[in-house]
Design a protein around this ligand. Structure first.
Ligand code: ADP
Length: 311
């Protein structure tokens, strides 16, 4: 995959009065097109500084920084403005930074399109389509204060995507949401990533957010330190046909010893599928399958009413 974001030896020095703060000191980062990346690390490490540079809100002091082929070290202030309007979308933690409180949701989505110079004819259709896409078709005339926290963040996503940017930047996008609502918003981010090929860079302290991304990169003292690839990146949507058959992708099937048989267990809001082959274990160690709370492992008697063997 070609790089959407590439920095090399990126340096940012803030100067305040006679003080200098080195916020980034030689940061290297490569984000391929279509990746969902989490930036993690301790407070003061330089995560927001990096996000602000990628967003065209701040100017690098030295080093290389390219986003979608644009060299961010060499932009005039006019080109920087165009960059902000066309190349990036932002979702912040606070609603007040995402949505204008006096405008309806529809008008909020229209603003970036007006600024990016979209033809007037297309704007309304596109704004409604985006709001439908984020599940807010019936909220278009609402002002932000009448929306729930989750709706506000979904609205913020519609606004961020209004100018069709290749890069979405998110700063603690679910920081003010309860965990169920946060999961919904993260699910929507994943859908948008898959459907639109949207590259996403999110700053977060929340391990649930980080794990919902393809990869986490830790920043420490203004440099990238460690990185983790998340297995959840293998999550795929599969089709269940009208008689209940589903096709499990080969790679997932090969990851566990199914041997042509599986045991299915219904949990509150999901199904668990365990290998039912002789001698197979339920493989809950890192494959994303919950342990069978009933204690009926595949080697057990398997008499739970919810359990079925599928072939
Ligand atoms: P993080 O987002 O990881 O918490 P930041 O990027 O906010 O870290 O900050 C990195 C360093 O840069 C910190 O030492 C912070 O105090 C400093 N810093 C950030 N923004 C400014 C600024 N506008 N002026 C001066 N120093 C700043």
């Amino acid at each position: 995959m070609p790089a959407l974001v590439e920095t090399h030896n990126l340096v940012k020095i803030y100067k305040a009065a006679d003080l200098e703060v080195v916020a980034l000191q030689g940061l290297d980062l490569y984000v391929p097109q279509g990746e969902m990346l989490a930036l993690v690390g301790p407070s003061g490490a330089g995560k927001s500084t990096l996000l602000n540079i990628l967003g065209g809100l701040d100017v690098p002091s030295a080093g290389r920084c390219e986003v979608a082929g644009v060299d961010l070290t060499r932009l005039t202030s006019h080109d920087r403005l165009l960059y902000r309007r066309r190349i990036v979308g932002h979702v912040w933690q606070q609603t007040s930074r995402n949505l204008l409180s006096d405008l309806s949701l529809l008008d909020n989505v229209l603003v970036p399109m007006v600024l990016a110079g979209y033809p007037a004819r297309q704007r309304r259709t596109r704004a409604r389509e985006l709001l439908r896409r984020v599940g807010l078709a019936d909220r278009v005339d609402h002002k932000p204060e009448r929306l729930s926290g989750g709706e506000q963040q979904r609205g913020a996503l519609a606004v961020a995507l209004a100018n069709d940017p290749p890069l979405l930047l998110a700063d603690e996008p679910t920081g003010e949401l309860d965990s169920a609502t946060a999961r919904e918003v993260l699910g929507l981010l994943r859908d948008l990533n898959r459907d639109l090929g949207l590259t996403t860079v999110a700053v977060t302290h929340d391990t649930n957010v980080a794990e919902a991304m393809d990869r986490s990169v830790a920043i420490r003292d203004g440099r990238t330190s460690t990185e983790v690839l998340h297995a959840e990146a293998a999550e795929e949507t599969i089709i269940i046909d009208s008689v209940g058959r589903l096709q499990i992708p080969r790679a997932l099937l090969d990851a566990l010893p199914f041997g042509g048989r599986a045991r299915v267990h219904l949990s509150d809001d999901h199904l668990e599928i365990f290998p039912a082959a002789p001698g197979a274990t339920n493989g809950d160690g890192g494959h994303g399958m919950d342990a069978d709370a009933s204690g009926n492992g595949p080697g057990g008697d398997g008499t739970s009413a919810d359990d079925r063997v599928i072939e």
